[in-house]
Design a binder for this molecule. Structure first.
Ligand code: NAD
Length: 459
């Protein structure tokens, strides 16, 4: 069994099965066996089952939220918010199942007709991370099932309890064995089974760029389609003309979500010279008032980091930035609560040579850089191998447009710190991966386009 620990206090939360490779193979076999029947069910029936699942989970939101607080460390209000976010995908794709439209094309020959139909790609697999244990699973499985695919999910071994609870509710809603399978065990070996099996036609992975590249390269041998949602290094740009208070509220919310352990967390905060000192001072005043602690309570608190590796990485990046001349404004060390709690930290005047300028911090650290001109900040924002999301606050319309065009990212968010919802395409460019999840674009990743020519119709 895999033992799951509470990052807030180190206690055991529960256990999940450590499956043998034969058991994982059996789950793949079941997903393959279920595909012909599932893919031929009416889109409305598939949508209805997703909707039934949505309703059951919604009724018991609190049960899911409490599991998430214990295995992930996020606070209850954030866990409940994540459930709404995740359920949004199930609701959206329950409807979208009925809208997988094809085309007809004017024929190239007399007595012939041309149709373009969209068919589910086949049995699929997904691998998900620990930072959004609920939403990540919903986003992938709802899309796959709506399109007519079956799916085997391997959740993170850090947070398998939320995942197995979701499976339990799916079964109660009537989503059959084979259509949705769950496996946990040795990630590397399970990944190799997924990528090596030509019956699995698509893999959706969310996690680190390093693991994404391993999977993508292994999938080359089987030509398995991939969606890769990988790491980020989001710039958050505040211009002199920004709505000051909105930018401040935006950065605090975006940065501290899940204690900063989010792929779209602002990693580099660029503030223009004219408002720089005022912004850093106001940020310090606001962040100093926030509470840190165990998340099992109603109001917002900054939770612990997920494990010791994550904690050590954050501490090392902060130390490195200070060695490179950054000014410590707030925090900068383990919190008085000890364990995996790290103080909300603000570093100012960071140089581009600090390691955190190029690496995901994944912790509650506000890294503030000073800039002078738009041209300069766009170049610095793009000076990263990642391209997931970029945020900017400005009231100038022309500048807002230029930023949306010139920043290399899959998502550009202007005058807001909030990104995700089911109706928009989520995903990155460059080393942040490829493919999109959510919206109409998300379901396109789970269908193949088939061209059908019917000739001889005049006879
Ligand atoms: P990770 O890559 O270590 O793990 C992600 C998943 O991959 C887990 O389920 C893990 O068990 C599995 N895994 C690990 N090694 C594997 C292997 N060799 N073969 C197959 N599977 C393997 O990432 P993590 O630490 O869980 O999550 C943090 C990372 O995920 C960050 O880089 C973050 O930016 C990224 N992330 C990206 C997005 C996005 O949508 N772009 C969203 C959330 C997290």
């Amino acid at each position: 069994m895999i033992t799951v620990y509470n990052p807030a206090n180190g206690t055991v939360v529960g256990q999940a099965p450590e499956l043998s490779l034969d058991e994982v193979k059996a789950a793949i076999d079941r997903a393959c066996a279920a595909f012909p029947t599932w893919s031929r069910r009416l889109a409305k029936e598939r949508g209805d089952l997703l909707r039934a699942w949505f309703d059951l989970v919604k009724t018991d939101k609190r049960i899911f939220a409490e599991i998430m607080v214990q295995e992930n460390g996020k606070c209850l209000s954030e866990a409940l918010g994540e459930i709404d976010y995740g359920l949004g995908f199930i609701g959206w794709y329950a409807e979208e199942a009925k809208r997988v439209y094809g085309d007809t094309i004017p024929t190239q020959a007399t007595g012939a007709a041309v149709m373009v139909v969209k068919e589910p790609v086949g049995p699929t697999a997904a691998i998900t991370p620990w930072n959004f244990p609920f939403m990540m699973i919903c986003r992938k499985i709802a899309t796959a099932l709506a399109a007519g695919c079956t799916m085997i999910i391997k959740p993170s071994e850090e947070t398998p309890l939320t995942a197995y609870k979701l499976l339990e509710y799916a079964r109660r809603a009537g989503i059959p064995e084979g259509v949705f399978e769950m496996v946990t065990g040795n990630p590397k070996e399970i990944g190799e089974l997924f990528t090596g099996d030509t019956r699995i036609r698509k893999i959706s992975f969310t996690g680190s760029t390093a693991v994404g590249k391993l999977l993508a390269s292994a999938s080359g041998a089987t030509l398995t389609k991939m969606t890769l949602e990988l790491g980020g290094n989001a710039p958050f740009i505040v211009f002199d003309d920004a709505e000051f208070d909105e930018a401040l509220a935006g950065i605090v919310a975006a940065k501290l979500r899940n204690s900063g352990q989010v792929c779209i967390s602002p990693n580099r905060i660029y503030v223009q010279d004219g408002v720089y000192d005022r912004f850093v001072a106001a940020l310090a005043e606001r962040v100093a008032k926030l509470e840190v602690g165990d998340g099992m309570r109603e109001d917002f608190v900054v939770g612990p980091l997920v494990n010791q590796t994550g904690f050590d990485k954050v501490a090392a990046l902060v130390d490195d930035a200070r060695e490179h001349g950054a000014r410590l404004v707030l925090g900068g060390k383990q919190h008085a609560l000890g364990g995996l709690f790290y103080e909300p930290t603000i570093l100012a005047d960071i140089g581009d040579d600090a390691r955190m300028a190029q690496n995901e911090i994944f912790g509650p650290v506000f890294a503030v850089y000073r800039f002078q001109t738009e041209e300069e900040v766009v170049a610095r924002a793009n000076n990263t191998e990642y391209g997931l999301v970029a945020y900017a606050y400005t009231r100038a319309l022309g500048r807002a447009f230029r930023l949306s065009r010139d920043i290399e990212a899959g998502m550009v968010i202007l005058n807001s710190g909030s990104v995700g919802t089911a109706s928009v395409p989520f995903g990155g460019v460059k080393q942040s991966g490829y493919g999109r999840e959510g919206s109409y674009y998300g379901i396109e990743e789970y269908v193949e386009v088939k061209y059908v020519l019917m000739a001889g119709l005049n006879r």
